[in-house]
Design a protein. Structure first.
Length: 135
């Protein structure tokens, strides 16, 4: 466990693993703890938490930014494509829910929903690099 007062010294080292227990504590990207922990350099990052993410997409972004820096883009980028993510998540949840899945299968609309989800995901991954250049 690295105490906040030692973070500058610990941040100069390259760690093999950086494991955060109660990792949900870094869900606020602007908190002192989050900023300090993100100074630690490690080959592998892991977050342990028994607390589900309940607040918003930016909390999830903060955790991912620790686990896989840059993977989801910057905070500003995520805020710009958030509405697009909502569409993708909505289609995914339609398929995920067992009742909806049965209804979609029986009505013959499952292929259509899967096709739309695939199109949305494809556009999303094409859109991300363009957003990166614009922002």
């Amino acid at each position: 466990m690295v105490c906040l007062k030692y973070i500058t010294r610990a941040g100069k080292l390259l760690w093999n693993y950086c494991i955060l227990d109660e990792g949900h504590i870094i869900k606020n990207a602007k908190s002192k703890v989050t900023l300090a922990v993100k100074q630690l350099k490690a080959q592998h990052h892991l977050i342990l938490s028994g607390t589900p993410i309940q607040n918003n997409i930016m909390d999830l972004w903060s955790l991912f930014d620790f686990l896989m820096p840059g993977f989801l883009g910057t905070e500003r980028q995520v805020k710009s494509y958030f509405p697009f993510l909502i569409l993708i998540i909505t289609y995914a949840l339609l398929i995920w829910d067992e009742k909806n899945l049965k209804r979609l299968k029986s009505s013959g609309k499952l292929k259509k929903v899967l096709w739309r989800l695939g199109i949305l995901v494809g556009y999303f991954f094409k859109l991300m690099p363009m957003l990166s250049e614009m922002l």
